[in-house]
Design a protein around this ligand. Structure first.
Ligand SMILES: [Zn+2]
Length: 121
């Protein structure tokens, strides 16, 4: 976030899985899986492992049969002032934004194509 620059790439053959590279700090890329945990996503960074995931587990309610009945997704928050109860790290936040931007573009072109089809009939 902020002045940090990131590169996000979809891992081929693994839907929902992305590699997040920092261009300002050198470290190995983080792996984000957006489809995990009811769409909360998971990441292998320290913030996710030590804060976001424990927060996620605190919010979960399981029934007697071991089925997850309640959960709560808490956004990363604002740069410099992240939510204390966040269930998503900044890498998840960035990847969700990237995912949504691509999805909206895809939907836009689908919508355009179906409108063109209507016009041409
Ligand atoms: Zn992360």
């Amino acid at each position: 976030m902020g002045k940090d620059k990131y590169r996000i790439r979809e891992k081929s053959g693994e839907p929902g899985v992305y590699e997040v590279d920092s261009l300002t700090h050198t470290h190995k890329p983080y792996t984000v899986d957006l489809f995990e945990l009811m769409g909360n996503g998971i990441c292998n960074c320290t913030d996710y492992q030590t804060r976001c995931h424990p927060n996620w587990e605190k919010n979960c309610v399981w029934d007697e049969e071991g089925i997850l009945r309640k959960w709560k997704i808490v956004d990363y928050g604002v740069r410099g002032r992240p939510n204390k109860s966040r269930t998503q790290c900044k890498h998840i936040k960035l990847t969700r934004h990237y995912f949504l931007t691509n999805l909206l573009e895809t939907l836009y072109w689908k919508h355009r194509a179906s409108e063109d089809e209507i016009k041409n009939h």
